[in-house]
Structure formats: structure tokens, C-alpha cells
Design a binder for this molecule. Structure first.
Ligand SMILES: *[C@@H]1O[C@H](CO)[C@@H](O)[C@H](O)[C@H]1NC(C)=O
Ligand SMILES: *[C@@H]1O[C@H](CO)[C@@H](O)[C@H](O)[C@H]1NC(C)=O
Ligand SMILES: *[C@@H]1O[C@H](CO)[C@@H](O)[C@H](O)[C@H]1NC(C)=O
Ligand SMILES: *[C@@H]1O[C@H](CO)[C@@H](O)[C@H](O)[C@H]1NC(C)=O
Ligand SMILES: *[C@@H]1O[C@H](CO)[C@@H](O)[C@H](O)[C@H]1NC(C)=O
Ligand SMILES: *[C@@H]1O[C@H](CO)[C@@H](O)[C@H](O)[C@H]1NC(C)=O
Ligand SMILES: *[C@@H]1O[C@H](CO)[C@@H](O)[C@H](O)[C@H]1NC(C)=O
Ligand SMILES: CC(=O)N[C@H]1CO[C@H](CO)[C@@H](O)[C@@H]1O
Length: 506
């Protein structure tokens, strides 16, 4: 009764002000809930550490491996072994015959430990490949199909437009790759974009991606570099829509409701079937890799994916024993019993695994998706391996061509991968598609894109060389976010666009 009298007693505009105020209060409550639940939330970060622990439990062998502890010796906060770069003791890799030579070249990467800052000044020279093009700073999405154009032949150019997200606008950055949040002082590494020589690689358009992927699922399958790329994609998409977490213990899953797009990640270190059960004289606890059997943990799901981005390679530097047809054929960081002949090394094992997995995927009758093989991601430990004084500290811009130090291990891993890919694509049927996303060379210039010593928010972490010249422990394998890794998703979008828009006309 009172209410009925109350409202008509006031002029109309006043009552609508009251309603507006009510709506405003609801909005503020909602907005602060969103703020509390998402961005700067430590709760969210802790949740993701939970995921990391899950991954660690999938790979228990590395916890007890004496030779992988070197990286962590003074990283008191680093309880997660899988966060250390997945590069083994490079000097201990068992190369044979002609590969020894490459290893020697690799081992000579010691020069310019001190000279690096002075050599960077030369990069202002006009013949520099990444000569800054400050005027044409952004590309809008070009509509032409570009179908035949090579995306991976090009150069890095300086781009003044802001990165696609920041450490403050992406709520799901792994702290290890949150370089700005970990106190990295320079920021310019965020401002370089890749420009193919013959075509344009448009800046990532989140709405376009969600439209193209409408009703579809994209899965990242592989190692921690796959996680790096997945988080980059989520950060970019988060700027237009906050996804729903639909993850479970077997896979991370994020659902973008507006266009029913699912982004998935499944952990698989080598992509092949692995077991730790004793085998012949190789005891329990040493990983045995069946190079002729795909990892069932992801194979069982492939038929439900429309696009799969594969990431592997770095774990082949880690300890394991290789099997083919149920026979030991080689080992990495493990001495085989003396009656067992090692027929292959870890590099060959990688090549075999790539061809086997891709063949299994393109010949699988229930899988009709698009498989994108992201080529070997180069690391940049100069002057040593990750645990023997290698460093990328102080790199603040991409390498110029003259500065580029060839990494023999990266080179041969890339070669084996490309060969495996070429052999598999010959067996491609009409059902599924296979694409190589060949980023290795382009990213060999990006020694500036890694976290380096900025791996944790610990204010007391060592970030400078010690008095003996020894660099602090660092990550020169994963990529800062935002950072060059965001370009991988621009490649993915371009590959998908060519595929889907091309097929509409076909
Ligand atoms: C790496 O390998 C070299 C050569 O085999 C060895 O001297 C060194 O101790 C190894 N480092 C670690 C941390 O295992
Ligand atoms: C910017 O790009 C346009 C078209 O690609 C080109 O015509 C123009 O010359 C470029 N400007 C500069 C300063 O490079
Ligand atoms: C983001 O980086 C800035 C430094 O650029 C830092 O002050 C801030 O705390 C970081 N935020 C997060 C959430 O890491
Ligand atoms: C992004 O894509 C959407 C949908 O395809 C399009 O409408 C929009 O113009 C694009 N934005 C840019 C900056 O290209
Ligand atoms: C083909 O894919 C299905 C579904 O992902 C899987 O269950 C099956 O094992 C695969 N077949 C082979 C031969 O790998
Ligand atoms: C392996 O070699 C060692 C030393 O050369 C020898 O004592 C041992 O009997 C050999 N074992 C086998 C199984 O051949
Ligand atoms: C693929 O498609 C083409 C034309 O549509 C057909 O001639 C060919 O037999 C198909 N190949 C396979 C392996 O299905
Ligand atoms: C398990 C393993 O590979 N252990 C090796 C670690 O490195 C030391 C020194 O290089 C070797 O003696 C171990 O055999």
C-alpha cells in the first residue's frame, strides 16, 4: 500500500533515477566480484599451480633425477621440476659420427658474453634485417587469401602499437612467464612483430578467430611450450570474452560461450607411449619410450578435435630409453646394458617419433581435423647449457643476422622434424589435414623474448652475473607473455583462415 502511494507521489524522472541507482549498485557489486575473481587474483594463480603439480605427477621420474636438479639449486621457490627448461645437459648429449661436428659448433657458442651489449648497438645499421619500420605500425586484417605465400620467410619489425594484452589484463599467466610481473626492467621485446616478405600476417583479431572457430575445438597437445602458446591464445581471447573453465584432471578446457569455441590442452612430454615399468635390464623409474606407439592419453581424444597444435622436441634431451617394436634401440643419458646395441640417438628418436605420430594422425579414420605441427622452438642459452652457465641475460632486442649464433642442436632437431613431417604428409588422406608451422628460424632471432632470470616474483632473486662472471639461473627456453610467442597464434589464425575460408570456395 505504502509503496503504491510512494511512487506516484514523485515525478516520473525521479523514480527512474532511483531505478538507475539500483542498477548501478548491482553493476558495482558485479564488477567488484569480477575484479576479485579474475585479474590480479592470487587465488587464480594458485589454482594454476595446481595444474602444474598435476603435470608433475604425470612425469614422476624427473623429481628424482640428480641431473635435472642443477637448474633449481638456488631457486628456493621452484618446487615444480617441469618449470625448469626442458633442456638436458647439452654437453652430455650422445651424438654420434657426423653429429659430433655439429655439437662442437654448438659448444663454441662462448664468445660474446661480455661483448653482447656493444654488439647490439650495431643493430641500428641500415642493412639490419629488423630495421625498424616505425610508420606502418599496424596491419588491419587483409581479406585476400594469400594461400600460397610463405609466412615464415620474413623479418621482425618494430611496432609501436601496444601488445594484444598486458600482464595486468590476462588473469591466467603462469608466473614463470609473467616477465613484467617478475620485475624484468626492459619492455621493448613486446614491440616487435613478424612480417612475412611476400604477404601480410595480420594482427590477431579475436572476434575473427572466434567466428572462424565457431562451434569448434582447438587443442594444444605437448610439453610446456604448448602450455606457453595456449596461455598466450587465452590471454588474447580474454580481451574480448572471459571463458568458462571446464577443465578436469585429464585436460585443461576453456569454453568461449559466445561462439561455442573450446580451447583444450593435454599434457604429453614426448607425444609417444611411455612406461616406467622395468624392461630387460632397465629398471623401474627410467622412462621407456615406445617410438612406434602414439601416446594414448591424447590419441583417444583426437576425433573430438577440429584443430590440433602439436609441440614436442625438448624432452628428447632428457633421460629416457628408446624402444622400437618392443626392443631397446637407444637411450639418452642412460648407459644401456653392454649387450644392447644403441642404434639411434635422441635426435633420430625425435625424427622417428614425429613421423610416427603424424602418420597415425593423418591415417586415423575417425579424425578429420587440421593438425598444425609447431616446429622446434629455439632456446638461447649462450655460453653453455641451462645448467652450465648458459645465459640470455641482457638481451633487449632481436638479434641482427650478423649476431645470430647457429645452434647446432636446434638445427638438427628442426631438420629431423621437417623430414618426419614430409614423410607423414605423403600418407595424408582426404580426411584430415597436416600443416607445418615453421617458426624455428624466425624465432632463432628472438633471444630477447625469454624470461631469463625473471622467472619468479621473488624480490631477492639474483638477476645479475656474479663476481666470477657466472650468470644467474635462468629460463632461455620458454617465452615471456606478452611477447614473441603471441605471433605463434597469429600464425595459427592465419593457417585456420586459409584453411576454412579457402574451403568455403572449394
Ligand atoms: C654436464 O655434462 C658434463 C659432461 O658430461 C659434466 O661434466 C657435467 O657435470 C654435467 N653437468 C651436470 C649438471 O650434470
Ligand atoms: C606503409 O605501407 C603502405 C602499404 O603497405 C606503403 O604504401 C607505404 O609506403 C608504407 N609506408 C612506409 C613509410 O613504409
Ligand atoms: C605487471 O607488470 C608491472 C610492471 O610493468 C607490475 O608493476 C605489476 O605488478 C604486474 N602485474 C601483475 C599482475 O603481475
Ligand atoms: C576483426 O574481425 C571482425 C570479424 O571478422 C571484423 O568485423 C573486424 O573488422 C575485424 N577487425 C579488424 C581490426 O580487422
Ligand atoms: C584413432 O582415433 C580414435 C579416436 O581418437 C582412437 O580411439 C583410435 O585409437 C585411433 N586409432 C589409431 C589406430 O590410433
Ligand atoms: C658387461 O661388461 C662388463 C665389463 O666389461 C663385464 O664384466 C660384464 O660381464 C658384462 N655384462 C654382460 C651382461 O655382458
Ligand atoms: C581424395 O579425393 C579425391 C578427389 O575428391 C579422390 O580422387 C581420391 O581418391 C581421394 N583419396 C583418398 C585417399 O580418399
Ligand atoms: C641418472 C644420471 O644420468 N646420472 C648422471 C648424472 O650426472 C653425473 C655426472 O655427470 C653422472 O655421473 C650420473 O651418472
Amino acid at each position: 500500500m505504502k509503496v503504491n502511494h510512494f511512487i506516484p507521489a514523485y515525478p516520473r524522472p525521479f523514480s527512474s533515477i532511483i531505478i538507475s541507482l539500483g542498477l548501478l549498485a548491482v553493476f558495482i557489486t558485479f564488477a567488484s566480484w569480477v575484479l576479485l575473481s579474475y585479474p590480479i587474483g592470487t587465488a587464480v594463480r594458485n589454482y594454476f599451480y595446481g595444474i602444474d603439480y598435476m603435470e608433475e605427477s604425470n612425469t614422476p621420474i624427473y623429481r628424482g633425477n640428480a641431473n635435472s636438479s642443477g637448474f633449481q639449486h638456488d631457486g628456493k621457490g621452484d618446487k615444480k621440476s617441469n618449470l625448469s627448461p626442458f633442456v638436458g645437459n647439452e654437453t652430455a648429449l650422445e651424438f654420434r659420427s657426423d653429429e659430433k661436428r655439429i655439437l662442437a659448433i654448438n659448444g663454441k657458442k662462448h664468445p660474446k658474453l661480455v661483448a653482447e651489449s656493444s654488439s647490439e648497438e650495431h643493430s641500428e645499421s641500415p642493412d639490419n634485417i629488423h630495421n625498424a619500420d616505425l610508420s606502418n605500425s599496424s596491419f588491419s586484417g587483409s581479406k585476400e587469401n594469400n594461400a600460397g605465400c610463405d609466412l615464415y620467410n620474413g623479418h621482425w619489425f618494430h611496432d609501436l602499437s601496444a601488445p594484444l594484452y598486458t600482464n595486468n589484463t590476462c588473469p591466467i599467466l603462469t608466473q614463470m612467464q609473467n616477465c613484467q610481473g617478475n620485475g624484468r626492467p626492459d619492455k621493448d621485446y613486446e614491440n616487435w612483430r613478424w612480417e612475412p616478405s611476400q604477404c601480410k600476417l595480420p594482427r590477431f583479431n579475436a572476434s575473427q578467430f572466434l567466428e572462424l572457430m565457431s562451434g569448434k575445438t582447438l587443442a594444444f597437445i605437448g610439453d610446456s611450450v604448448a602450455r606457453n602458446q595456449m596461455e598466450s591464445l587465452l590471454c588474447i581471447l580474454w580481451q574480448v570474452e572471459s571463458p568458462k573453465n571446464r577443465g578436469n584432471r585429464r585436460m585443461q578446457r576453456w569454453f568461449f560461450k559466445s561462439k561455442s569455441v573450446m580451447i583444450v590442452r593435454i599434457w604429453s612430454s614426448w607425444l609417444v607411449h611411455q612406461t616406467s615399468k622395468p624392461f630387460n635390464d632397465v629398471p623401474e623409474g627410467i622412462v621407456k619410450l615406445h617410438l612406434d606407439i602414439p601416446d594414448g592419453n591424447f590419441m583417444q581424444y583426437i576425433s573430438s578435435f577440429d584443430v590440433i597444435v602439436l609441440s614436442s622436441g625438448h624432452w628428447f634431451a632428457k633421460q629416457s630409453v628408446y624402444l622400437l617394436n618392443n626392443e631397446i634401440v637407444g637411450a639418452q643419458l642412460w648407459s644401456l646394458p653392454n649387450h644392447t646395441l644403441a642404434k639411434i640417438n635422441n635426435v633420430e628418436a625425435f625424427g622417428i617419433s614425429v613421423e610416427m605420430i603424424l602418420t597415425a594422425m593423418v591415417t586415423n579414420t575417425s579424425y578429420t581435423g587440421l593438425t598444425i605441427v609447431r616446429s622446434y622452438s629455439p632456446d638461447h642459452y649462450e655460453g653453455g647449457a641451462w645448467n652450465t652457465g648458459g645465459s640470455c641475460t641482457g638481451k633487449v632486442k632481436p638479434a641482427s643476422p650478423g649476431e645470430l649464433v647457429e645452434n647446432g642442436f636446434t638445427k638438427i632437431m628442426h631438420e629431423k622434424q621437417v623430414t618426419g613431417f614430409s614423410n607423414a604428409i605423403k600418407k595424408q588422406t582426404n580426411r584430415s589435414k597436416l600443416k607445418l608451422m615453421d617458426i624455428t628460424e624466425a624465432f632463432s632471432y628472438r633471444h630477447d623474448g625469454h624470461p631469463g632470470p625473471y622467472r619468479s616474483p621473488d624480490p631477492n632473486k639474483v638477476t645479475k652475473r656474479g663476481p666470477n662472471g657466472r650468470p644467474p639461473p635462468q629460463d632461455c627456453l620458454h617465452w615471456c607473455m606478452p611477447g614473441p610467442v603471441d605471433a605463434w597464434n597469429e600464425f595459427v589464425l592465419e593457417i585456420i583462415r586459409r584453411e576454412y575460408e579457402g574451403s568455403f570456395h572449394g
